[in-house]
Design a protein around this ligand. Structure first.
Ligand code: GDP
Length: 589
C-alpha cells in the first residue's frame, strides 16, 4: 500500500472537512469511519495526526507528517482552539491579533464591577455616547492596542463553550476578592483554565477594603500552583479596586504582557472562522447573533454556517451597534440574517454560497442523528481499552466529598494510584453535592466524577446522562480505590449500569384501599414500567429509592405508561408522597 502515489501529507491536526477534501471522500463517510474507530468528531472539528493517519489508511493512503517549522510546544492535552483554527494557515501570513479575555471568579468577588470599570476606561466608547448595547463582548484600547473582553461573566458561558469543544478566550482574568480569598468557584475557575491551557492573570480585587488581606490571598494562590510573580512565580497578580477604578490600567498592561508571551495570532486573509458568543431571536429583527471572529476577516454579505444555522449576513455591527463592513480576527460583531438561533459555543465559518451552506447544514443534521445514536463517553470501564489503544494517557477526575476530612485522604490515595503507567489527574476537588457545574467541567475535560458520601442533584444526573459523563458514587474509600485500581489494570468488571426509562411529576396524592397511598402522576418523558426501580425526589433530595410496585391508568393495572399520560403509582413500603415530588424510573443493566 505504500506506493508513492498513495502518500499523503498530513499536518499535526486537521479539520475533518479539510481531511475529507484532501482524500476526495464525502465528509459524512469520513465521519462514519472515524466513529467506527471510536472517534466522535463533527465536520468542523480537528482530529490529530495519528487519528487522521489511521482513517486515511482505511482508504488506502499512507500518511506522512507535513514538514513544519519549529513550534516547540510541549502541549499534550487540549490545544487552544485558535491554534487549531490556524493550524492549516500559511505561517508567513499569521499576524498578531488582540487577545480575547474572559473574567472568571467566585460570586460577588467583583466580576461585573470589573467589566464595567474596564469598559468605562475606554474614552472612545464614552464618546460614542448613548447606551451601549450589551452584546456579550466588547473591546477597549490600551496604549494603542485592542483587547477584547467577553462580557458574559460566570462560568456557565465558558464551561458551555468548552463542553462544546470551543474556546473563545486566550486569557482568563481570575477575580479574587482580597477580603474573601480563594473560594469554591475560584478553584473551579482555576481548574477550567488549567484544563483548557489558558493563562491566568489574577485581579486581586477590593483592595480598598479595610479588611483586605492580599498576602493571605497570595498564599492561597501559591498553594494552588499559581505562585505570584512578586514571590518569584509566574502568575501575574494585580491589586485592583473595581469600585474605585484603581489598578485597572495595571491590569490591562498585565493582560498585554501575558498576550505578548503567548503569541496570539491569526491570518486576517485566511479562512473565516470563529465562535458564537450568544444569540437570540428578536421579534422584529429576527435572529441576532454575537460572533467572535477568530481567523480571517468577516464581511457583510458573507454567507455563514454556524452550527446548524446558516444565512447571508445582511448587516454587521460592532459592539457599540455601529454598522461596519469588515471585522478582523478577535473582533466581536453583532450579525443579522441567520436562519436559526445557533448555540453559544458553536463554531461558525464563511462558505462560498447559500446552496453550499444548506448542504453543510443538512449534513450536520444527519451527523447529529448518527451521533445521538452512538454517543461516546469515557467511562471507568472502557478506560483501559482506551489506554491500550493509545487514546488516553491519563484519567481526569473530579472528586466531591461530604467533608474536607474525607477529601484529603481520598486525594492522597488517588495520587498513590496515579504513580503507574496511567496517570491520574484530579482536576477539581471540593466538598458538597455533585451539581451541574461539576458535570459541565467533567464533560468539557473528559473527566469522571467521583462522589464520596455525597449525592448528585437531579439536574446534574440528567445532564450527566445527556453529556455521557460517568458519575460514580462511593461510601467506602477502599471500594473507590479498588475500582480505580482495577480500571487502571484493565480488570474492572462492568458494573450494573443504570438506564433511565422515564420521569414523572406527582400532581396529587390519594389513598386507595388496596394500595395505601398512591401518587397521581403525569409522565413527563420516557415511560414508567411496573417492577422497575424508582427514585423519588423532593427538590434535589432523594426521599425514596426502591421498586415501583403498582401502576394504574384509569383504574386499570398496566405494565407500562408513556410520556404525556397520567397514572397512579404505588411504592413498596413507602407512603410519604407529596405533590410536586418527581420520580425517575430506571432499570439496572
Ligand atoms: P460578581 O458577582 O463577581 O459579578 O460581583 P459584583 O461585581 O456584582 O460585585 C459584588 C459586590 O462587591 C458589589 O456590591 C460591588 O459593589 C462590590 N465590589 C466590587 N468590586 C469592589 C471593590 O473593588 N471594592 C469594594 N469595596 N467593593 C467592590
Amino acid at each position: 500500500m505504500s506506493n508513492n502515489g498513495n502518500k499523503i501529507e498530513l499536518p499535526a491536526s486537521i479539520v475533518v472537512r479539510d481531511l475529507a477534501q484532501k482524500i476526495e471522500k464525502s465528509p459524512i463517510d469520513l465521519i462514519k469511519k472515524l466513529m467506527t474507530n471510536g472517534v466522535m468528531a463533527t465536520i468542523n472539528q480537528m482530529v490529530d495526526y495519528d487519528t487522521a493517519a489511521i482513517v486515511v489508511a482505511e482508504y488506502g493512503f499512507e500518511a506522512v507528517p507535513e514538514a513544519v517549522e519549529d513550534d516547540s510546544k510541549e502541549e499534550t492535552g487540549e490545544v487552544p482552539l485558535w491554534r487549531q483554527m490556524i493550524a492549516g494557515e500559511d505561517k508567513s501570513q499569521l499576524k498578531g491579533r488582540p487577545p480575547v479575555v474572559t473574567i472568571l471568579g467566585h460570586v460577588d468577588h467583583g466580576k461585573t464591577s470589573l467589566l464595567d470599570a474596564i469598559r468605562s476606561t475606554d474614552v472612545a466608547a464614552g464618546e460614542a455616547g448613548g447606551i451601549t448595547q450589551h452584546i456579550g463582548a466588547y473591546q477597549i484600547e490600551m496604549k494603542g492596542r485592542l483587547i477584547t473582553f467577553l462580557d458574559t461573566p460566570g462560568h456557565a458561558a465558558f464551561t458551555q463553550m468548552r463542553a462544546r469543544g470551543a474556546q473563545g478566550a486566550d486569557i482568563v482574568v481570575l477575580v479574587v476578592a482580597a477580603d474573601d480569598g480563594v473560594m469554591p468557584q475560584t478553584r473551579e475557575a482555576i481548574a477550567h483554565a488549567k484544563a483548557a491551557r489558558v493563562p491566568i492573570v489574577v485581579a486581586l480585587n477590593k483592595v480598598d477594603k479595610a479588611n483586605a488581606n492580599p498576602e493571605r490571598v497570595k498564599q492561597q494562590l501559591a498553594e494552588m500552583e499559581l505562585v505570584p510573580d512578586d514571590w518569584g512565580g509566574s502568575t501575574m497578580v494585580v491589586p485592583v479596586s473595581a469600585k474605585q477604578k484603581q489598578g485597572i490600567d495595571d491590569l490591562l498592561e498585565g493582560i498585554l504582557l501575558v498576550a505578548d508571551s503567548n503569541e496570539i495570532k491569526a491570518n486576517p486573509g485566511g479562512k473565516v472562522i470563529g465562535t458564537v458568543i450568544e444569540a437570540e431571536l428578536d421579534k422584529s429583527k429576527g435572529v441576532m447573533a454575537t460572533l467572535l471572529v477568530q481567523n480571517g476577516t468577516l464581511q457583510s454579505g458573507d454567507v455563514i454556517v454556524a452550527g446548524t444555522a446558516h444565512g447571508k449576513l445582511r448587516a454587521i455591527s460592532d459592539y457599540k451597534g455601529k454598522p461596519i463592513k469588515k471585522a478582523a480576527p478577535s473582533t466581536p460583531v453583532l450579525v443579522m440574517g441567520l436562519s436559526d438561533v445557533p448555540s453559544a459555543g458553536d463554531l461558525f465559518e464563511v462558505v462560498p454560497s447559500e446552496k453550499e451552506a444548506r448542504t453543510i447544514v443538512g449534513e450536520r443534521l444527519e451527523i447529529q442523528k448518527t451521533a445521538a445514536q452512538s454517543r461516546k463517553k469515557l467511562s471507568l470501564e472502557d478506560l483501559f481499552s482506551k489506554v491500550q489503544a493509545g487514546e488516553a494517557k491519563e484519567l481526569n477526575l473530579i472528586v466531591k466529598a461530604d467533608v474536607q476530612g474525607s477529601l484529603d485522604p481520598i486525594i492522597t490515595e488517588l495520587n498513590k494510584l496515579g504513580q503507574g503507567e496511567i496517570g491520574l489527574k484530579v482536576l477539581h476537588a471540593e466538598t458538597g453535592n455533585i451539581g451541574n457545574n461539576d458535570v459541565m467541567l467533567a464533560s468539557a475535560s473528559k473527566a469522571i466524577i467521583i462522589g464520596f458520601n455525597v449525592q448528585a442533584d437531579v439536574d446534574a444526573r440528567r445532564m450527566a446522562e445527556k453529556e455521557g459523563v460517568d458519575l460514580r458514587l462511593y461510601e467506602i474509600i477502599y471500594r473507590m480505590t479498588e475500582d480505580i485500581e482495577k480500571a487502571l489494570k484493565g480488570m474492572l468488571e462492568p458494573d450494573f449500569v443504570e438506564k433511565t426509562l422515564g420521569r414523572a411529576t406527582v400532581l396529587q396524592v390519594f389513598t386507595a384501599s388496596k394500595f395505601g397511598r398512591v401518587a397521581g402522576c403525569r409522565v413527563t418523558d420516557g415511560e414508567l414500567k411496573r417492577g422497575a426501580k424508582v427514585r423519588l425526589y423532593r427538590s434535589s433530595d432523594i426521599i425514596y429509592e426502591g421498586d415501583l410496585s403498582s401502576l394504574r391508568h384509569e383504574k386499570e393495572d398496566v405494565k407500562e405508561i408513556r410520556q404525556g399520560f397520567e397514572c397512579g403509582v404505588g411504592f413498596k413500603n413507602f407512603s410519604d408522597i407529596q405533590p410536586g415530588d418527581t420520580l425517575v424510573c430506571y432499570i439496572l443493566e
